[in-house]
Design a protein around this ligand. Sequence first.
Ligand code: SF4
Length: 499
Amino acid sequence: MNEMLNAVIEQSGVQAVDLGVEVVATENDVAETTAYPTLDGIAVVMRNPKELSPHPLNETIYGDLKVEDLMIDIAAHGVQTPLHITAENIIISGHRRHRAAVALQLPQVPVLVIPVTDDVDVKDAIVRANVHRTKTDEQRAREYRILKEVETERAKGRQQLAAGETNLKQGRKTLGENFPEACGRQGRARDLAAEVLGWSGKTAERADELLHLVDSYAGAGDADVAAQVRSDMQKSIHHAYSRAKKKGMIPSTAKAESDQHFNKTNDSIDWAGWSWNPVTGCKHDCEYCYARTQANLHRQIFPKGFEPDFREERLTAPRTMKVPKNATQRQRTVFVCSMADLFGDWVPQAWIDAVLTAVREAPQWTFIFLTKNPARLVDIEWPANAWVGTTVDTQARVVPAEEAFSKISATVKFISCEPFLEELTFSRLDVFNWITIGGSTGQPNWPEQQPEWRSVVGLIEQAEKAGCKVFCKPNLKPVWPKEYVVAPDGVGELSVLQV
Ligand code: SF4
């Protein structure tokens, strides 16, 4: 490639500075680029390519640009088509030409300064400039995401215009003035965006979900899974989607969380049959967090990802959901906010009050609350059907837990030492009814691990002395010595909490 480039550069009279890429344009090359017709009354002007800035969206969608072929062409014929830029010198279209021109050290390139100021219009123009280019389905999915955002914004703009709140009042051009055709279009943002790319709305949405998987797995450090989804997308969107669904990466609609019901817990939650998430998202940032991984993976269920979110529509679930016939204690026990810390400092008191009201109105259920911020539990008047706990994974959490729980009055008070990250020494275990001990499950950035059995025994002994019952989770099995198959007092392999 470099030899070919050099040959063309030599013939064209452009001097190569560095073998292969860096060349300097002659005065003649620059002069030739000035003869362009105007476009819609906008005249072509010449600009130093170094003064122009690529729009970051271009790289987000299309990745790193390879321009060697184009450099050969430009070295031979000059920049044939003017770049489109904004008045602020941001490139709308012509990113590859720009990059090639900079590499060739051209002193000037032809540009058309397009009168757009609105960021939505700029984004739209960037995608539309590349509509006919050969692309991967991943790139098309990224285009779709931008176009959908654009169409959603335009729909809002149309509503504003209809309501008479035109941008003219704010002294700037309206969307309609810049892109009257697009603003006149009606329809769902999804379908309008998909149409530009020649996809059906359903295919486009599936592509977007797959893209989300790619980004989430790549972001979580699971590059292999991200690469697999990418490679499946290359075959077809539908193929990739059904593969991801079969692997459980995309929850079926039936599995999606219903607002009116609790969710069945999986086997990793041994002490509750259900989970209920009227609040989701958490800011504690624990490295081992399972909830964060899930929330970021399943955006259709968690539209705000792991940002705190009040799902008010779920507050009715305790009243509408029926306790199963002949339910065991586990089957009538609900873990509240398994995907959040309801008592984090950032949670508005109104959210907590609303959840507690719903709990009080459903005495047929037992609700388990768990937090890493025990101080916020102290001033609450706990309903009789609430069991209240705090996580103690490290020694630093022991004193705050003991201090808070010595002031709390609740039917059941418990400590969850899961994961059990270091040896723990308590002085007030008597203020708790139960202690649960467990290992940690593996996450993309966190290995599966169990505590040393010696530390577990040390904690059990402290609990026995304080009259606090112990529940050992089955995930301790790898460190569980054979002699403990018949569990010591208070320890159960799968014992269900009883009061
Ligand atoms: S407190 Fe729980 S939900 Fe919040 S980050 Fe830590 S593990 Fe995740």
